[in-house]
Design a binder for this molecule. Structure first.
Ligand code: HEC
Length: 422
């Protein structure tokens, strides 16, 4: 068991609803994979220009409101105290407004384009908007527990966008951390990653794994995995990742399962370190490398919640996210979506929830009627079925089933249809 985050079930419906809304728009998006227009975004490869000023400004506002919400978010009593209701409601409303502003689905063409071409931004921004909007509605209606867990989930969305790969190192926005008094170590690590205070992620990891052998297991696991993700994907620092893995594998309070996982991370990092660094690879070389990593991850991982494959999956997904910031063909995009999907499926306890399903869907829509689309459909269908399987069997709502059937048809449509393309 890996009780890192609250049960994903309550969020399941939220995300499915989000996915349904995404359907039409993703189809629209898929056209971008091939005819990607770097003109309406600034791909951040190579010299990595800073994100557009408007985007940056929004992000600062978002950080500010999240920081102001933090004292309530991390203290259940304060969150439910009627004396704080007006304040929390107003902050949540502001956050929802900002989430809406960066929603690539709704804001398309209105001047606030995402700062790079990676479709992750499209997918996550829509889920983020949906989640915070529901949190606001839920809070207004007095569903405080529901609203609070949704707001905590929304922190995962910040993390998902910011820890994809190395991105221009904006200087950390200081001053939002005063509300963290009630937060546990895992919550602090996640808050720092969400607000891009990556030095503090490393620091908090150190504290959690230092002299306190009584740290809660859930804090240890979460802190370790988020810190590892930042070291590998954001910092691309193998040395730091190895230090984290060593700390985890030798910490007296870490559960044996986590120690075993960390030992596998160490082996994988040693292999990585021994590689000769190569010049920026072509898309096909990147895909081949990612495929190999994913297969290795799958061989190492012993159960869906097992983190042994983390290093391989984090490295593969970061390679692919970097690749997707540039222009790629539809085939390459569909392949990349498939492998990123597999990575996020394995990494979902890290807070990526149902992100993998969005990628499988994007894969089908980008290259329909192809063996790759069929592979994506098969993984999507398995994942959706699993999500609706409980003690009383599998019960998929009919709207979800209809959508699955449509995607199945799209994935398997006869490839013989003439397409005016070489
Ligand atoms: C849809 C994706 C997405 C979501 C959701 C998102 N961000 Fe960002 N944010 C970005 C991108 C893209 C950048 C530019 C740097 C990068 O690529 O990571 C950025 C940059 C930032 C920055 C640095 C700004 C600067 O000075 O350059 C902060 C701070 C920030 N985000 C805070 C947040 C917080 C807090 C949340 C959640 C409450 C959040 N963001 C949610 C995509 C997102």
């Amino acid at each position: 068991m890996r009780p890192v985050t609250p049960s994903r079930k309550p969020f399941r419906l939220v995300f499915i609803a989000g996915l349904v809304l995404l359907v039409g728009w993703l189809a629209f998006r898929s056209a971008r994979a091939e005819g990607a227009k770097p003109a309406d975004a600034s791909p951040m490869s190579g010299s990595s220009p800073a994100p557009a000023a408007a985007w940056q400004m929004k992000m600062h506002e978002i950080s500010r409101f999240l920081g102001e919400l933090a004292p309530f978010l991390y203290d259940e009593t304060k969150f439910k105290d009627p004396a704080n209701k007006t304040k929390i409601e107003s902050l949540t409303e502001k956050l929802a407004g900002l989430a809406h502003d960066i929603d690539q689905k709704k804001m398309r063409g209105k001047g606030l384009a995402a700062p790079d071409l990676d479709p992750a931004l499209q997918v996550i921004s829509a889920e983020f908007d949906e989640t915070v909007t529901r949190a606001h509605q839920g809070f207004k209606e007095g569903h405080f527990d529901y609203a609070r867990s949704l707001l905590k989930t929304s922190v995962s969305h910040c993390i998902s966008c910011h820890t994809r790969a190395a991105t221009p190192g904006a200087k950390p926005v200081a001053g939002f951390n005063s509300g963290l008094a009630g937060a546990g170590a895992a919550e602090r690590v996640r808050f720092y990653a969400a607000t891009r205070q990556f030095d503090l992620v490393a620091q908090e990891f150190e504290t959690t794994f230092s002299s306190k052998p009584d740290s809660r297991v859930v804090d240890l696991e979460s802190a370790a995995r988020v810190a590892l993700s930042v070291a590998i994907r954001v910092r691309k620092d193998i040395g730091e990742a190895a230090r984290i893995a060593t700390r985890v594998s030798t910490h007296p309070a870490a559960p044996d399962s986590l120690k075993e996982e960390a030992k596998v991370w160490l082996k994988e990092l040693a292999l990585w370190k021994a590689e000769t660094p190569t010049a920026p690879a072509s898309s096909s070389a990147t895909l081949a490398a990612a495929r190999e990593l994913v297969i290795r991850g799958q061989l190492m991982q012993q159960s869906p919640s097992d983190a042994r494959g983390d290093v391989a999956y984090l490295k593969a997904s970061s390679l692919l996210h970097d690749m997707l910031k540039k222009k790629v063909t539809k085939e390459e995009a569909a392949d990349a979506y498939y492998y990123i999907g597999v990575c996020y499926e394995a990494l979902r306890d890290l807070g990526f929830w149902s992100l993998h399903e969005s990628y499988y869907e994007a894969c089908i829509r980008t290259k329909p009627a192809s063996p790759r689309a069929e592979g994506c459909y098969s993984r999507l269908a398995d994942s959706v079925r699993l999500g609706y399987t409980g003690t009383r069997g599998t019960d998929i709502p009919s709207s979800v089933q209809r959508k699955l059937s449509a995607l199945e048809k799209m994935a398997k449509a006869p490839a013989a249809k003439p397409r005016p393309r070489p």
